[in-house]
Design a protein around this ligand. Structure first.
Ligand code: IMP
Ligand code: MG
Length: 216
């Protein structure tokens, strides 16, 4: 068993066509919890269905992703582009696990508002100031759901003549009908539920949870 797949891990390892190992979501192994059993003042009494991914499990997987990314870029300039706000914690942990020179910038796109269902509209609020031309661009996203946000952003970024353009998503729901680009690096295969924590929000709340929970 790999070092990052501890006996407590609630998901099964598999290998994608991209050779990016991920955890497949496994409903039967997930920890179903009642709101009474999660006593966390950060939740402010909000009931959660379960803890989908624990803090230690996330750290191990981020370490592994950092290693894969380091190996995937043996040379050239690498720009890690975080999609705010959802990727802020993931990106902070991830770049510290990438053992090669890199630059960091951010993009801000607004899509969901306060709802838990995609509205389909994507708006660029902040555009990166760094030059993209000739660089390896790694777009870091918290979660791929419908894929609308990513498709729109990748269209825009590919027009700026990067040397390469890839996506690293912490979570992937694999329900993306609108995704026209592959996601090269994926942390975890996610359940098709509304998830919060480790950067992911509901109406701007719960981003600071050190684990990922699914809301009731
Ligand atoms: P899309 O549907 O793939 O375009 O997702 C757009 C954005 O919606 C993601 O980058 C997230 O910020 C947010 N999002 C999608 N699914 C979830 C979720 O389960 N919890 C919290 N945010 C989500
Ligand atoms: Mg959000």
């Amino acid at each position: 068993m790999d070092s990052w797949c501890s006996p407590r891990c609630r998901a099964t390892r598999t290998v994608r066509p991209t050779n990016c190992p991920i955890y497949l979501w496994n409903e039967s192994q997930a920890s179903a919890v009642s709101s009474r059993t999660v006593e966390d003042p950060r939740l402010d009494g909000r009931p959660v269905k379960r803890i989908a991914f624990g803090g230690a499990q996330i750290s191990e997987r981020v370490r592994e992703l950092g290693k894969q990314i380091t190996e995937a870029y043996p040379e050239g300039e690498l720009l890690v582009l975080g999609l705010l706000k959802g990727s802020f914690i993931f990106l902070s942990d991830l770049v510290r696990e990438i053992r090669r020179p890199l630059q960091v910038d951010f993009l801000v796109a607004s899509s969901y508002g306060d709802a838990t269902v995609s509205s389909g509209s994507v708006r660029l609020v902040y555009d990166p100031e760094t030059t993209l031309e000739g660089k390896h661009i790694l777009l870091v996203e918290d979660i791929v759901d419908s894929g609308r946000t990513l498709s729109r952003l990748l269209d825009l970024l590919s027009e700026r003549s990067p040397r390469s353009l890839e996506v690293c998503a912490l979570l992937h729901k694999h329900v993306a009908e609108h995704l026209r680009y592959p996601t090269k690096f994926v942390g975890f295969d996610a359940p098709n539920e509304f998830l919060v924590g480790y950067g992911l929000d509901h109406a701007e709340n719960f981003r600071h949870l050190p684990y990922i929970a699914s809301l009731q």
